[in-house]
Design a protein around this ligand. Sequence first.
Ligand SMILES: [Zn+2]
Ligand SMILES: [Zn+2]
Length: 131
Amino acid sequence: MPFAPPRPCKFTSRGCRKMAVPGSSCCAEHLAQVRREADKKRMSDEDVARVRRWYKTKIWYARRSACLKAALFRCATPGCVNRATDCDHIIPHCGDWSLFIESSNHQALCHSCHSTKTSSQDRGFGNRRKS
Ligand SMILES: [Zn+2]
Ligand SMILES: [Zn+2]
């Protein structure tokens, strides 16, 4: 899929020097932050149950295996030599189907890097942050 030319993150006014994620107006970190804030309001228990079902859909299996194959089963973490087994969402989808299924939002990670990432974000499924 073609990438739009990179633009700076819309939070440049707050000192961000990163480029925006293609198709979005801010960088991955700011997008994740914005999403996390929205997530607190949006992710109800029904949403969590719904997302669990997404992980069982054929289209997800297809996207996941396409992601791993495209990465030649190499983990996306720099320096990591483990075989990638997991398809990670670069921007947390937070119950958003288009982010969930968008292949440009997928990266291959090994199981260990994926667990590190999801636990550092404190958002393993069914384990939502209570704040
Ligand atoms: Zn930013
Ligand atoms: Zn790894």
